[in-house]
Design a protein around this ligand. Structure first.
Ligand code: PMP
Length: 448
């Protein structure tokens, strides 16, 4: 019997013993193909990279840990310079932590401290979006809007106002163009700021391309430009969470490049060390940095393991691959193949309402009725069935409920390691198709 408090204690888990490229092998000898990059869109370089292993070994051989308030280190400085060199405009400083939750929390805490430092302490409110996820801590749950996950903690979550996401498939009205829709939902931000009182609002937080909660939904063209304009007009800081979609996943280094905006904070985690080590980072605008340095002189947050030398060494090796010649072009090409494969298999499927995403992060939204977009009733547990069927076939993917409103709706997220080949993608799409079809047949059989 396991002594570990697993998140889902009643789910029997295979024991992973070895990783190799696109595959994980369990103790029973079963080979799993990875369509979800380590089960959380993390392992973007797959499960074996000799140069990363070597970098880790080498750094441990020198020294592993010293608190970053006592010593800086060569890997820490080098990684800082890599991440800021080609950062979006104005993001000239980087603060390291250990998880996506911490990277987002750091942005919020720095935003709060910034306004205290510049003498606007009333700015304490944050605006977020529905159908979003920003991590598991209490601050993070408050920012995000995964209703089922928030429910037990609701009473102690700080008050964050949530506006509509940019979710074209369900949000765009008939007769509205994509651009008009984008402007309409972006303008909700202005209404929210005016409603709360501009002098009380410190930040707007959004995933540039949503991760799992809303199923890899990119914003329509123009949405983030309008958001940036509104933030600038009212002096509100823009925090973009690219924990999931950042560092190559969308085919460009930063997802926000494709939206033509630079935020005041940009949060990363999964793509930094590709899961070979836990590490996260918050890129920070120079004006925030200057205000803190010339004000109290100390950032009041921070974590014991932030900037861990071994994690930084792994991250440098990963970033050298990601930023190497042709790598991102290859990701774009592979992303196009993935999109084509999914469209060929599912575009005419009677229960697939939408296929969306950007680069190597794609989602299939499953509906009961394509015409009305009505989802299957939650009691059918369709996503859980897809997930189970995929597991039985040795396919690692993620199927979720709550797509529409936090409770109803089903979607399957496909985010393979960025190193996937066309052949890997064919296998993934075929296994996924079988898993979805079988799940729908099970639901029909239950209803009959
Ligand atoms: N933000 C986003 C967009 C995420 O996808 C995640 C993780 N799924 C987080 C924050 C939290 O990251 P972590 O689980 O590493 O704390």
């Amino acid at each position: 019997m396991s002594s570990v408090f697993h998140r889902v204690p009643n789910r029997s888990l295979p024991i992973a013993v070895k990783g190799e490229g696109m595959y994980i092998f369990d103790k029973e000898g079963k080979r799993w193909i990875d369509a979800y990059a380590g089960g959380a869109c993390v392992s973007c370089l797959g499960h074996s990279q000799e140069s990363v292993a070597e970098a880790v070994r080498e750094q441990i051989g020198k020294f592993a840990y010293f608190h970053s308030g006592m010593f800086s280190s060569e890997p820490l400085e080098e990684l800082g310079s890599i991440l800021t060199t080609d950062a979006p405009e104005g993001l000239s400083r980087v603060f390291f932590s250990d998880s996506g939750s911490e990277a987002v929390e750091t942005a919020v805490m720095m935003a709060l401290q910034y306004f205290v430092e510049i003498g606007q302490p009333k700015r304490r409110k944050v605006i977020g979006r529905r159908n979003s996820y920003h991590g598991a801590g209490l601050t993070n749950l408050a920012l995000g809007y995964q209703l089922a996950r928030r429910a037990p903690f609701e009473e102690v979550l700080q008050n964050v106002l949530h506006i509509s996401p940019c979710y074209e498939y369900r949000g765009r009205l008939e007769g509205e163009t994509s651009e008009q829709y984008g402007l309409r939902v972006a303008n909700e931000l202005e209404q929210a700021i005016l409603g709360l009182g501009p002098e009380t609002v410190m930040a707007f937080v959004a995933e540039t391309v949503t991760g799992t909660t809303n199923g890899t939904t990119p914003a329509v063209p123009g949405y983030f430009k309008r958001v940036r304009e509104i933030c600038d007009k009212y002096g509100v800081l823009l925090i973009l969470d690219e924990v999931f979609c950042g560092l190559g996943r969308t085919g460009t280094l930063h997802a926000c490049e494709q939206d033509g905006v630079a935020p005041d904070f940009l949060c990363f985690a999964k793509g930094i060390a590709a899961g070979f080590q836990p590490i996260a980072a918050t890129l920070v605008n120079q004006k925030v940095y200057d205000a803190i340095v010339s004000g109290s002189g100390t950032y009041k947050g921070g974590y014991t393991y932030g900037g861990h030398a071994v994690a930084c060494a792994a991250a440098i090796a990963v970033q050298k691959i990601l930023r190497g010649p042709g790598f991102l072009d290859q990701v774009k090409a592979t992303g196009n193949l993935l999109s084509k494969g999914l469209n060929d298999r599912f575009a005419q499927h009677p229960h697939v309402g939408d296929i969306r995403g950007r680069g190597m992060m794609m989602t299939i939204e499953i509906v009961e009725d394509r015409e009305t977009k009505a989802p299957f009733a939650a009691s059918n547990a369709l996503s859980a069935r897809v997930f189970q069927n995929a597991r039985a076939k040795g396919l690692i993917t993620h199927a979720l409920t709550g797509t529409v409103d936090g409770y109803k709706g089903d979607h399957v997220v496909v985010c393979p390691p960025l190193i996937a080949t066309g052949e890997n993608l064919d296998t993934i799409v075929a296994l996924l198709g079988e898993s979805i079809d079988a799940a729908i047949m099970e639901v029909r059989a239950k209803a009959a």
